[in-house]
Design a protein around this ligand. Structure first.
Ligand SMILES: NC(=O)c1ccc[n+]([C@@H]2O[C@H](COP(=O)([O-])OP(=O)(O)OC[C@H]3O[C@@H](n4cnc5c(N)ncnc54)[C@H](O)[C@@H]3O)[C@@H](O)[C@H]2O)c1
Length: 285
């Protein structure tokens, strides 16, 4: 049976928290009384987000109750998650000054869309660094602390493109396949070693209207999600203790369809639904 996840009073780190879905994850955690550690590259936006969240943390039914309010609710840091030295340094500082981290939401991500052969190598490297390598650094920084305490939870943000091929973003898709492969392997490794207190959630949304995928044409049966709806479903799944949260519904069936249908048939279905051409007019950030 899945074990429900409590967050009240827990220390939750969210990467890429200044805007988009990261900010919304932070809002959900704050509403439920978590203490937040927010990392991003964009200091100005991060400070704004923190200022908006500060009064909400620990609030009950719209009013402050002094006794419920933790001593310090939000800690921000400008951290480039691709910089493993900085990640380790800030992880240690957070544990010492704010408390050990209970939940890490690996949300920071970037995309580079367009024809592969026209893509500068530096851009491709950045996609792998931010979306995949950073995941490794964050786990290597926080897992030892969690193992020592016997408890911890990683929420790793993948994508619907973590299951299928999507033209005009092969490197992004590869990074998101990688997120699933990494999480799956480490989850099993923890289970084999009997570390049952270390938990994982994979969040795999299709296109979400944050600006990252501006210009895409949402495939049939896979509507463009509002960021609010996507994160609300992701957060609800995480709280229910689900390992894999795929939204919208069609994304849940994708791996099964891919396994059952012959490749050519699956490719045709993909084309008819408009998955294959969805990124052709991408002009997001
Ligand atoms: N938007 C979508 O359609 C969609 C779909 C599936 C999955 N995702 C994934 O969801 C996550 C959030 O996406 P979003 O649409 O909210 O993005 P967004 O662009 O709105 O926000 C991403 C945040 O990450 C930060 N960031 C980027 N590089 C960083 C770095 N090196 N270090 C620290 N912070 C960094 C940015 O400054 C920004 O605040 C990403 O992992 C993305 O790949 C997005």
């Amino acid at each position: 049976m899945k074990k429900r996840v409590d967050v009240a009073g827990k220390v939750v780190l969210i990467t890429g928290a200044a805007r988009g879905m990261g900010k919304l994850w932070a809002e959900h955690f704050a509403r439920d009384g978590a203490r937040l550690v927010l990392w991003d590259l964009d200091q100005a936006e991060l400070e704004k987000t923190a200022a908006e969240l500060q009064p909400r943390s620990g609030r009950k039914q719209g009013r402050w109750r002094r006794a419920d309010r933790p001593p310090s609710d939000v800690r921000t840091a400008v951290v480039d998650v691709t910089d493993s030295r900085r990640v380790h340094e800030e992880a240690a500082a957070t544990a010492a000054e704010f408390g050990p981290v209970d939940v890490v939401v690996n949300n920071a991500g970037i995309v580079a869309g367009g024809k592969f052969e026209e893509m500068p190598e530096a851009k491709l490297a950045a996609v792998l660094d931010v979306n995949l390598k950073s995941l490794v650094w964050l786990h290597s920084a926080f897992l030892p602390q969690m193992l020592a305490r016997g408890t911890g939870h990683f929420v790793n943000v993948s994508s619907a493109s973590g299951f299928i091929g999507v033209p005009y973003m092969p490197t992004y898709a590869a990074s998101k396949w990688g997120v699933i492969g990494f999480t799956e392997s480490l989850r099993l490794e923890m289970e084999l070693a009997g570390h049952m207190g270390i938990r994982f959630t994979l969040f795999c949304p299709s296109y979400v209207d944050t600006g990252m995928f501006r210009g895409v044409r949402a495939p049939l049966l896979v509507p463009l999600l509002t960021p609010e709806k996507a994160v609300q479903q992701g957060y609800a799944g995480f709280r229910r203790g689900e390992y894999m949260v795929r939204v919208p519904l069609m994304v849940r069936f994708t791996p099964a369809l891919k396994a059952l249908l012959p490749q050519k048939v699956f490719d045709s279905v993909s084309e008819i639904l408009g998955v294959t051409t969805s990124m052709r007019d991408w002009r997001g950030h």
